[in-house]
Design a protein around this ligand. Sequence first.
Ligand SMILES: [Zn+2]
Length: 76
Amino acid sequence: MFHCNICGSGEARAEIVEEVFNLNGKHVLVEGIPAKVCARCGDKTFSRETTEKIRRIVHGHLEPAKSVPMDVFEYA
Ligand SMILES: [Zn+2]
């Protein structure tokens, strides 16, 4: 049962998303992640299995599929 941590909505869509993760100051982008996206606020939630698999991917010794330049903006 979905319950959004941000807005409390119980409605979510299953979507394939991409997400940037910060590994000790190095940012990595993971594409094609199955997520539940809150229908109200758009917050992404990953299952425990998905989170664990992402952790293995980004902390593993696999070569990334590709490398893209990324601009970083500071909000404050
Ligand atoms: Zn929400």
